[in-house]
Ligand binder design. Structure first.
Ligand code: ZN
Length: 253
């Protein structure tokens, strides 16, 4: 397992973490000033200048959300997802993160890996029907049995930390299918199920242990900090948030 305590070479910031404070270009500048080498931007924040900064993308958020009540709505969703695949490819992202659904044939043609991100079962009613790390590799096996590299999973600790068979499912996914690793912490109590994620080290998830499993399975990419925090981290200065991300990346990841 890599030693994160000596530097933050493998720290990535999901731009949701400081989206309340800064637009994307400022986030890029502030991250670069702190020696953070990777981000995972949300599509609505991406600006053309990104390509000129030399910033690597550990992922691209997000595709999915296919269901619609009309044919026109479904066609629009498919269109939007194909555009997302093209954008991710243009930006040379490691993967396109999907919260539900897939455009596998199209993505395969473009050569852009799709990462299925299981969401916590508390979102089963309104956001996603892939809720455990067991379901995601099941889907990968069914759709991409040859492990051709077109399909994999995004492991977000907020969603999967509690899951049964977590270590076994990480091992099963293996190097080819572990496309992204998202970190934050689970606070007790959690005051809001969507927007009260904790900074690493402030909650109950044994992050180093799970990272050890992920790395033992062959993942060698970025550790991406993704924190939605309406009442805490989004209210602090962006600089304070990034500095905390760096410190906790070294001490608690
Ligand atoms: Zn995530």
């Amino acid at each position: 397992m890599r030693d994160f305590s000596i530097d933050h070479r493998w720290l990535s910031i999901n731009t949701a973490t400081v989206r309340a404070q800064w637009p994307l270009d400022r986030i890029v500048t502030e991250c670069a000033q702190r020696g953070i080498r990777a981000i995972s931007p949300w599509r609505d924040q991406v600006a053309a200048l990104l390509r000129d900064t030399g910033m690597e993308l550990s992922g691209y958020c997000r595709g999915g959300m296919f269901p619609a009540s009309t044919d026109a709505g479904l066609l629009a969703a498919l269109d939007d997802n194909r555009r997302a695949v093209d954008e991710a490819k243009t930006l040379n992202a490691a993967c396109l993160v999907l919260v539900v659904g897939a455009t596998l044939e199209y993505a395969r043609g473009v050569g852009m890996p799709l990462a299925i991100e299981p969401l916590h079962s508390m979102y089963a009613a309104d956001r996603a029907c892939i809720n455990t790390l067991e379901q995601a590799p099941d889907l990968c096996d069914a759709l991409d049995p040859s492990r051709a590299g077109a399909l994999g999973v995004a492991v977000d600790l907020y969603h999967v930390w509690w899951g049964p068979k977590l270590q076994a499912q990480i091992e099963r996914a293996g190097r080819e299918r572990l496309l992204a690793f998202h970190v934050c912490d689970w606070l007790v109590p959690t005051r809001d199920l969507l927007n009260d994620r904790g900074m690493m080290g402030d909650g109950v998830i044994d992050i180093p242990r799970i990272r050890g499993w992920v790395e033992a399975a062959g993942f060698a990419g970025y550790s991406e900090v993704e924190i939605f925090s309406a009442e805490d981290w989004w209210r602090r200065s962006g600089g304070e948030v990034l500095d905390a991300c760096i410190a906790r990346h070294r001490s608690a990841v």
